[in-house]
Design a binder for this molecule. Structure first.
Ligand code: PMP
Length: 406
């Protein structure tokens, strides 16, 4: 069956919006994806028919809410081939990484220990480690990035040593599109018994992730980059790891018993889910996974790859344009700079022509420093992008560069 992008576009109501009076070419998918009607309706249906607080009541609506909320956990676990006890609900990747930093690593971290990252991490996979490292006298080490935006794997390996207590790595770079060799990284770390966290925020909408097969100790994701709602995500953690972790946030739902003499904790995943959860978030993510599965991640990846090739080719005739990140096999992200043009100015001119891209450091300031730049213009692809979007980007760039050179 051929990929019917127009049919897919019709599933996303927002894509019909005019912006600045122009057809919308939404190319800011690495920041957040748009939501298909199926996700919007699942969330609305939940509020219209089933809303109540989960877990702690006997009435019918609470039962419906709990069934749907826990059903969403089953759905998410199945999609990623994890056990349901391994799926902890969080507000997104950022919170998931912080949870691991504070609950797993901080109690284990000693003076002189090292946390090994890469030079292309998002700030949310740098700063939490810096915060706990500073508290414990440990060090954050970053493996170098090569000129094409791929990881210097030998450089990474050379930094793995007897002081390395933890490895964290981004699966797909949000700035470069680079897909990191996570299987090899996990294998190397495992040989030395070093736990690994993979930041999957940019991967899960584009690559099939099998948590059991991958073998990472922790894997994080954000629903909003996967056609789901904002403010919701998951930490997937190996059962033995989660079992050994103390609570992080305290409150309702994460306890077994509470007394002033001392409290005891619920089993994972509930141990890490204090307070009333985001029921609609979980249900929305489950609906998003159904939607993605309906198209097929493999088909989406093929489509995005062919658009990436087209866009890469089209950008070649923009005067002064230089791509940042050209690693082999990279995902659907085009980051670039244009000689003599300020990224922000280009972004604003593109916006005037209906093209939504992101400009700036993309929360990867160390990576910007590595390339000696302060910002890029970034176009990022999703399942609903079409050749028309790529052509609109191309003609808008031609016009913008002309205007800026006047
Ligand atoms: N990691 C990467 C690679 C990202 O792109 C992002 C979001 N830009 C995050 C982590 C953080 O995700 P969130 O803001 O949804 O927590």
């Amino acid at each position: 069956m051929s990929y019917d992008v127009e049919r897919i576009r019709a599933d996303f109501p927002i894509l019909k919006e005019k912006v600045r009076g122009k057809r919308l070419a939404y190319l800011d998918n690495a920041a957040t994806t748009q939501k298909p009607r199926a996700v919007i309706e699942a969330i609305t249906r939940y509020y219209e028919t089933s809303n109540a607080n989960v877990h702690r009541a006997v009435h019918e609506l609470a039962e419906r809410a709990t069934t749907q909320y826990e059903g969403a956990r089953d759905r998410i676990a199945k999609f990623f081939n994890a056990q349901r006890e391994e799926v902890v609900f969080t507000r997104g990747s950022t919170e998931a990484i912080n949870l691991v930093a504070y609950s797993f690593l901080r109690p284990r971290l000693k003076e002189g220990d090292e946390i090994l990252l890469t030079g292309m991490e998002h700030h949310s996979n740098i700063v939490p480690w810096q915060l706990i490292a500073a508290q414990c006298g440990a060090k954050v080490i970053a493996a170098p990035v090569l000129e094409d935006g791929s990881l210097d794997f030998d450089g990474w390996r050379a930094r793995l040593n007897e002081r390395t207590r933890f490895v964290a790595v981004v699966h797909v770079s949000n700035t470069l599109g680079t897909i990191n060799p996570v299987t090899e990284i996990i294998a190397e770390a495992k040989q030395r018994d070093i736990p690994v966290l993979v930041d999957g925020a940019q991967a899960v909408a584009h690559l099939k992730v099998d948590f059991a097969a991958l073998g990472a100790d922790f894997y994080t994701l954000s629903a909003h980059k996967l056609y789901g709602p904002t403010g919701f995500g998951c930490l997937m953690g190996k059962r033995a790891r989660l079992d050994a972790m103390p609570p992080w946030h305290g409150g309702g739902d994460m306890i077994r018993t509470v007394s002033f003499e001392g409290s005891t904790w619920a089993e994972p995943p509930y141990r890490f889910e204090a307070g009333t959860p985001d029921m609609a978030g979980a249900i929305g993510l489950a609906a998003a996974l159904d939607y993605v599965e309906g198209i097929g991640l493999g088909a989406i990846a093929v489509h995005e790859h062919s658009l990436l090739l087209e866009a890469t080719h089209a950008l070649q005739d923009i005067p002064g344009l230089q791509l940042i990140g050209t690693a082999e096999g990279k995902g659907g992200i085009l980051s670039f700079v244009i000689q003599g043009a300020n990224a922000q100015d280009v972004g604003s001119l593109l916006d005037q022509q209906g093209v939504a891209v992101r400009t700036g450091h993309h929360c990867t300031m160390p990576l910007m420093a590595r390339f000696g730049i302060s910002a890029t213009i970034r176009a990022s692809l999703a399942c609903y992008n079409s050749q028309e979007d790529v052509m609109q980007l191309h003609s808008a760039l031609i016009k913008s560069t002309r205007l800026l050179r006047m």
